[in-house]
Design a protein around this ligand. Structure first.
Ligand code: ADP
Ligand code: MG
Length: 430
């Protein structure tokens, strides 16, 4: 029998709340309804500022005491709750079929074991209790249900990190699950959001997965800095530019330590030193600069294939908003087909070795679940949480033992704001 879950994703790009109402059972997952609500420019800049502010924090209390933390957190939860209610109301979703709303929260910081830090942590915000209450309150007010009981499953990264893992990427087991559902047993899935990540599927199992590097991070940063647009829609600006080789080298060198680190590894926009690129970014060369950062995004994906041992599958399945950018997509296609317009001279040997191991014929497709894949991830993780099925494994994240991920909250309309003690993920400083 199938269960029904809502999965909510608010990624690092802060472009939108993406959500899906999905049916899940032991053999498959399928989106039924989807909904996306863009974030306002104010919310984007508030969250960006919060990311900077938390870098100075050394305790949960420090975060809670940040002057605007509570206001920004609560506004974020209200936006999620509004969007969930829209999804429920517009599609007349019967609440009694809904097992849970599964929410990733908003990542503000991520400091995993691969950074060799004495105190690894991950910081997502988003109180599950408050979200459950706010959804219930709205459902009641909208007359959807007299006494709504809403379950929220959340804080999916903490358990893995507390058990020695990277806490990321969490998507590989879903990639493999969906690949099996599609009867495809050997392929590479690549998610392109703010950060790109890769999952290697062999014989239907996710055998490796790691964060590659920035995908939309630099693009979005430059566009938001120099224009009023949220991102380079359909590559309209970058299409007019061409590759700036000097900038390309500088960009690669900024993140070279991370790109050359063998997996398991997980990234965070903070590693990409985005602010550093401001010093050699000039508005008059925006088209060339955007072209160059987009080319880098595709280049890094192929560069990351060096860490796959043995034959490299020829089937690539792409999902996430980044592939909507034509230069990112084209650069991946061109480089995979050995038709790269530019490879750094010192990388020629690495790329040659990759091409020798890359199987043929190449088969690169955009996955039909596209931008909903990460929302589906939380729906599937919610299902596994309910069934007490471990999600992460030592091979994928470096955790000590297979780990069940998440916690749950149930709505209680008598709770007060002071009861929302869960707005910060558990794997953060105490
Ligand atoms: N039509 C488009 N043209 C170009 N880029 C796009 C388009 N749609 C989305 N994107 C890019 O995808 C990003 C959002 O992708 P998403 O998968 O939601 O990432 P995240 O998980 O980081 O939020 C946007 O910030 C933007 O850079
Ligand atoms: Mg997004």
């Amino acid at each position: 029998m199938s269960d029904y879950y809502i999965g909510i994703m608010t990624g690092n790009s802060m472009d939108a709340v993406d959500m899906v109402y999905a049916t899940v059972d032991e053999n498959g997952i399928r989106p039924i309804y989807t909904f996306s609500q863009p974030f306002s420019a104010l919310t984007q800049s508030d969250m960006a500022q919060l990311r900077i502010d938390v870098k100075h924090c050394k305790s949960r209390n420090d975060v809670l005491q940040l002057p605007r933390f509570r206001a920004i957190h609560d506004a974020y939860i209200h936006q999620l709750a509004d969007a969930v209610c829209r999804l429920i109301a517009d599609n007349r979703i019967p609440l009694e079929t809904l097992k849970a709303v599964c929410s990733h929260g908003k990542t503000l910081d991520h400091c995993p074991p691969s950074l060799n830090t004495p105190t690894p942590y991950t910081l997502q915000i988003g109180s599950g209790k408050m979200l459950a209450d706010e959804i219930a309150r709205r459902c009641q007010q909208a007359g959807i249900c007299d006494v709504p009981k809403i379950r929220v499953i959340y804080d999916f990264r903490s358990d893995d990190l507390l058990n020695g893992g990277e806490g990321a990427p969490l998507i590989p087991p879903l990639n493999a699950f969906i690949a099996r559902q599609e009867k495809c047993f050997n392929r590479i899935d690549i998610n392109a959001g703010n950060t790109s990540n890769l999952c290697l599927i062999r014989n239907g199992e996710a055998v490796a997965g790691w964060d590659i590097g920035p995908c939309n991070e630099y693009l979005d940063y430059l566009v938001r800095r120099h224009t009023d647009l949220p991102f380079d829609i359909d590559g309209q600006i970058a299409r007019r530019g061409s590759l700036n080789k000097r900038l390309f080298r500088q960009l690669f060198e900024i993140g070279a330590d991370f790109y050359s680190m063998p997996p398991p590894r997980s990234g965070d926009p903070a590693y990409y030193h985005t602010k550093e690129i401001a010093r050699f970014q000039d508005k008059t060369q925006l088209a060339d600069n955007l072209y160059t950062v987009a080319y880098l995004a595709g280049y890094l994906v192929v560069y990351a294939l060096q860490f796959i041992t043995g034959e490299i599958p020829a089937t690539f399945s792409l999902f996430g908003g980044g592939w909507k950018h034509p230069i990112i997509k084209q650069s991946l296609y061109d480089i995979l087909r050995q038709n790269a317009s530019y490879i750094l001279p010192e990388h020629k040997g690495i790329f040659k070795n990759i091409y020798q191991r890359l199987e043929t014929p190449l088969n690169i497709t955009l996955h039909p679940y596209g931008q909903w894949m990460e929302s589906l991830l939380w729906a599937r993780m919610g299902y596994c949480f309910d069934k007490r099925i471990p999600w992460t494994t030592p091979a994928l994240t470096g955790c000590k033992t297979p780990t069940i991920c998440g916690i749950e909250a149930v709505s209680d309309l008598n709770r007060t704001t002071s009861d929302y003690d869960d707005c910060i993920s558990r794997a953060y400083y105490q």
